[in-house]
Design a protein around this ligand. Structure first.
Ligand SMILES: C[S@@+](CC[C@H](N)C(=O)[O-])C[C@H]1O[C@@H](n2cnc3c(N)ncnc32)[C@H](O)[C@@H]1O
Ligand SMILES: [Zn+2]
Length: 190
């Protein structure tokens, strides 16, 4: 199974994970557009036989974080659970190359999701060099999985990958708990 990473506005072929092929896929949706209540999405996933990629019935909140907004879980999440799907519109190559969205996620060389909709709560998950989650691809969809047991109140994170890190995080300094523990102490009132 292939793990994919977010890509960035105006990203060139060189900046993408696997380069680009000159084939523009038809516009598809990775799921129906518009908000999807948590329970509804989970029920829909079960119906479609997603197995371990069925998102659990967890509650989340978008909060100010160490890097703008972030996503916290309000409920404990067990190791290995499917936390949430990263969904959005699938872009054509032209759209991807001209997009200004900061929520692009490259699944493979031909497929990129624009996770801009605010109802796509996974778009708020920040990068960490010591992440509690990791993205996995299944049937050209992105699922965020728990790498360890996650306590209620913890912020969710995954590793965006070397290319994204080097191009977009490193130049401004990574603010994750591993790279900037002082920031996290202050944020947590320490
Ligand atoms: C997919 S968005 C994550 C949500 C974003 N924080 C927000 O407020 O919408 C990715 C962007 O968040 C910021 N970011 C995420 N993780 C970061 C980190 N560890 N250090 C610094 N900036 C980070 C960067 O600006 C990055 O381009
Ligand atoms: Zn870091």
């Amino acid at each position: 199974m292939k793990t994919a990473r977010p890509t960035r506005p105006g990203s060139s072929a060189a900046m993408r994970l696997n380069g680009a092929l000159p084939i523009a896929p038809a516009i598809r949706l990775s799921r129906a557009p518009g908000p999807s209540p948590r329970g509804e999405a989970a029920a829909e996933a079960r119906e479609r036989g997603l197995g371990k990629f069925t998102p659990g019935d967890f509650e989340f909140e978008v909060r100010r974080s160490y890097a703008g907004l972030g996503l916290r879980t309000k409920t404990a999440i067990p190791k290995g659970a499917c936390v949430i799907e990263y969904w959005g519109r699938l872009l054509t190559k032209d759209e991807e190359n001209t997009s200004n969205s900061k929520y692009l996620f490259a699944i493979d060389e031909n497929t990129t999701i624009d996770g801009s909709p605010r109802a796509n709560l996974a778009r708020y998950i920040n990068h960490s060099c010591r992440p509690n989650c990791e993205p996995e691809i299944y049937r050209k969809r992105v699922f965020i999985m728990a790498r360890r047991n996650i306590k209620a109140g913890e912020e969710l994170s995954y590793n965006y990958g070397e290319e994204y890190f080097d191009n977009h995080i490193k130049p401004h300094g990574c603010r994750c708990i591993k790279c900037d523990p002082e920031r996290h102490e202050k944020l947590n009132g320490g």
